[in-house]
Design a protein around this ligand. Structure first.
Ligand code: SF4
Length: 139
């Protein structure tokens, strides 16, 4: 990887549509904490996209578009990108349960040629509530 490497965070479209500007995930990335801790001290670029709505089939289209532009405009391949599924997709939280289409979305990310990692920003409050079993839809 180089200084031109990218992190792409895929957010739940419902959460983006209803409430989330993606600030806390970008904030965690900028601080290189939570799921972004492995990138400590590495200069990287950050993009955030949404899954496009259930069942998330726009994810592949967006990533294929990204791969095309990276190659055309920056001569970069998809190995220069790690795609993170945001925590609003991978874990239950106050927005709702873990995404029921997560395996389908992961498959699309791989199909588009990108590495996929689960998680983004971790909320200590949500972690506590999850551990206490307060999110009854947890899977
Ligand atoms: S497919 Fe999953 S991540 Fe996308 S909008 Fe539906 S619940 Fe959210």
């Amino acid at each position: 990887m180089s200084s031109s490497d990218y992190i792409v965070v895929v957010q739940c479209d419902q959460v983006v549509h209803e409430v989330c500007p993606g600030f806390l995930c970008e904030h965690a990335f900028n601080a290189r904490k939570d799921a972004f801790a492995p990138y400590a001290d590495r200069p990287m670029r950050y993009l955030s996209i949404s899954c496009g709505g259930c069942p998330g089939r726009a994810t592949e289209r967006k990533l294929v578009n990204l791969a095309r532009n990276l190659k055309k405009r920056e001569s970069l391949s998809s190995d220069c990108v790690v795609v993170h599924l945001s925590t609003c997709i991978t874990k239950s939280n106050h927005h709702g349960p873990r995404c029921p289409h997560i395996d389908y979305i992961k498959g699309q990310i791989r199909l588009a040629g990108f590495e996929c990692v689960e998680g983004s920003r971790y909320s200590p409050i949500a972690d506590e509530r999850r551990a206490a079993g307060l999110y009854t839809c947890d899977v």
